[in-house]
Design a protein around this ligand. Structure first.
Ligand code: F6R
Length: 608
């Protein structure tokens, strides 16, 4: 959470920093600020609220200078306020810092610094950093940052400037993302690539504890012992436009509509009829797979919901037992991971703190780790043994849509791959699934064209207090994701239940007019699910169903039905979620919610 940027060059820093922050606002938007060195003084402008507030402030009170740092915040320590906004400085105002992460031992450090005469203004953990750097500063900023970070526990990506060395910017990361952009005589740091793409496509992807030293002569990367690190430049080939709204109202609807392309891109060259599935970055062999006695899929939020689908699919196709868990739970429950375990971590950003921690713990215990991620060069992609990229393109809206369905496709692809290695699937079955997968982008396109019914439903029900989602089998997995989309975009309370669980408690919540949404894509379970729906209808619920085209009989039981094209049951989540994403979206729009940046959320959860 939080986004940081830094610039050193010949141009004015302020507009470049603000433009970079605008690409990182998805990481947090409680407050924003910049610190720029001007005439050997650090000038700071920062304020509570969206980046727009900072832009207005800078318009009235412009800051000159061509070296600076910037921050957009997702509050952890201390409420969103002007004083808690970054950048933070030492008391003398000679050192300023922007920080993404959490300094876990900040209270101890703060007390220690207070005992040395330092004073603090904010409630943040970050404020210890400039003061620590000040304490260790003995004429060399890099030395001081190395010593200060040596005392810091937790996670951080920081950018540091100082009037003591006004032509230098120092940065470092540990467990929080940070990249370096290398332009022509100008250099950048940022939490994510889109923040620098308008200026350069040449990037250094940093490892933990690599110290960045920028001056007008160039960028040097150093280890903690000040040894020079030689690193290849990563050349970004994707387009900056991918991270722009491109004429759409907002990123959310743009990304919902990009789903057919995202699906195609994720399948291209991997799923080809009559050919073996090709997964370049997966080296797991048949022999290694034979040793695997259990697969664990671990992730957070929407990525976890893709994992729930993955469990059903891998067990069904490849006949290996699969456990699926939430990363923040898994990491603290002493899971029985060992050399026979295959861990799949799923993460759009590839930087989610809990997911990354699970990856690292599991590797220590000898497990082989496969990362499914959307971000090339992200931490999980670099640390896993095997990688399966989802090619959704940059996902900017906080609510995940296109990343989710590409994660589903990654799950299918991997399940088919290991089913082939294990010989658990007949060739005709394999080819039939692949043929149906290839049809999915076109079918998603058709669903997106028919949004009127959903819009009508949204305009009728946008003031509801609660909505419930029901499903059985893979429809239950879809219900979980649909419920998350609805609550995060619309703030309507919502829960997902397995159809068969209703009578074990949740049915007590149903009263006259309660809105219930279900999907009926699992043919074996359809009639049972309809019986569950009848149970809630009898108690006054208003039910909307997602059903296959042609299944008009369901209209007898439901108040409204949204039809989707037929597909194989195992692939149905890819289609069934689309109308439910649209439902959450249009309900949020009706309510006037900020769809791209829902309250209290941030896209990348890089703190525990
Ligand atoms: C919900 C959403 C989150 C993320 C979760 C994991 O719409 O986007 O629940 O899925 O924070 O993020 P990644 O996939 O980046 O690890």
């Amino acid at each position: 959470m939080c986004g940081i940027v830094g610039f050193l060059g010949k141009k004015e820093a302020a507009p470049i920093l603000v433009e970079g922050l605008s690409k990182l606002e998805y990481r947090g938007y409680d407050s924003a600020g910049v610190a720029i060195i001007n005439n050997n003084e650090i000038e700071i402008k920062k304020c509570k609220g969206r980046l727009k507030n900072l832009e207005n402030k800078l318009e009235k009170e412009p800051v000159k200078g061509s070296i600076g740092i910037g921050h957009t915040r997702w509050a952890t320590h201390g409420e969103p306020s002007d004083v808690n906004s970054h950048p933070h400085s030492n008391g003398k105002g000679t050192i300023s810092v922007v920080h993404n992460g959490i300094i876990e031992n900040y209270l101890k450090l703060r007390e220690w610094l207070i005992s040395k005469g330092y004073e603090f203004l904010s409630e943040t953990d970050t404020e210890v950093i400039p003061n620590l750097v000040d304490y260790y500063y003995k004429g060399d900023l890099v030395d001081a940052v190395i010593k200060a970070t040596g005392k810091m526990e937790g996670s951080y990506a920081i950018g540091v400037i100082s009037t003591n060395e006004p032509d230098k910017l120092v940065a470092v990361r540990k467990d929080s993302p940070l990249i370096v952009g290398v332009g022509e005589g100008e250099y950048f740091i940022a939490s994510d690539i889109p923040a620098v793409l308008n200026h350069t496509r040449n990037i250094y992807l940093l490892e933990d504890k690599e110290f960045v030293v920028m001056t007008k002569d160039g960028v040097e990367l150093l280890t903690e012992d000040k040894e020079v690190v030689k690193k290849e430049i990563y050349h970004v080939t994707w387009n900056a436009d991918a991270a722009e709204k491109g004429g759409c109202e907002d990123f959310t609807i743009k990304e919902i509509h990009e789903q057919p392309k995202a699906l195609k891109d994720t399948m291209t060259s991997r799923i080809v009829l009559g050919e073996e599935i090709k997964l370049d970055k997966i080296t797991l062999t048949k022999e290694q797979l034979e040793e695997v006695d259990r697969v664990y899929i671990v992730a957070c939020g929407t990525a976890y919901h893709a994992g729930v689908v993955g469990k059903y699919v891998i067990e069904k196709l490849a006949k290996i037992p699969v456990e699926v868990d939430i990363a923040s739970e898994f990491r603290y429950r002493d899971p029985l991971i060992n050399e026979k375990s295959l861990l799949i971590v799923v993460s759009q950003s590839g930087e989610t703190a809990d997911t990354l921690a699970v990856l690292r713990d599991s590797k220590k215990k000898g497990a082989r780790v496969l990362a499914m991620t959307n971000v090339v060069g992200s931490s999980v992609s670099r640390e896993a043994d095997d990688v399966l990229y989802t090619w959704a393109g940059p996902e900017i809206a906080v609510a995940s849509t296109k990343a989710y369905i590409t994660q589903l496709v990654a799950m299918y692809t991997f399940a088919l791959h290991i089913a082939t290695l294990k010989n658990t699937l007949k060739k005709e079955e394999l080819e039939a699934i692949k043929a149906e997968m290839i049809e999915l982008p076109g079918k998603v396109e058709r669903i997106l064209e028919n949004k009127e019914e959903i819009q009508k439903f949204a305009s009728k029900h946008y003031m509801e207090k609660d909505m419930f989602f029901l499903g059985r089998g893979l429809d239950y997995a879809v219900a979980m994701e649909a419920s998350l989309k609805l609550k995060e975009l619309t703030y309507i309370h919502s829960d997902a239940y397995a159809g068969g669980e209703l009578k074990h408690g949740p049915i007590a919540l149903i009263e006259k007019g309660t809105v219930v949404i279900t999907s009926l894509t699992q043919r074996k379970l359809r009639d049972k699910m309809i019986s569950n729906v009848k149970e809630v209808v009898t108690r006054g619920a208003k039910v909307m169903a997602i059903a296959y085209e042609g299944d008009t009989e369901v209209e007898k039981t439901m108040d409204s039905v949204i039809y989707i094209p037929e597909t194989l049951d195992i692939l149905a989540p890819v289609l069934a979620i689309i109308p439910l994403q649209l439902l959450a979206y249009y309900t949020a729009v009706q309510k006037g919610c900020d769809v791209d940046k829902p309250r209290n959320l941030a896209k990348s959860v890089t703190v525990e």
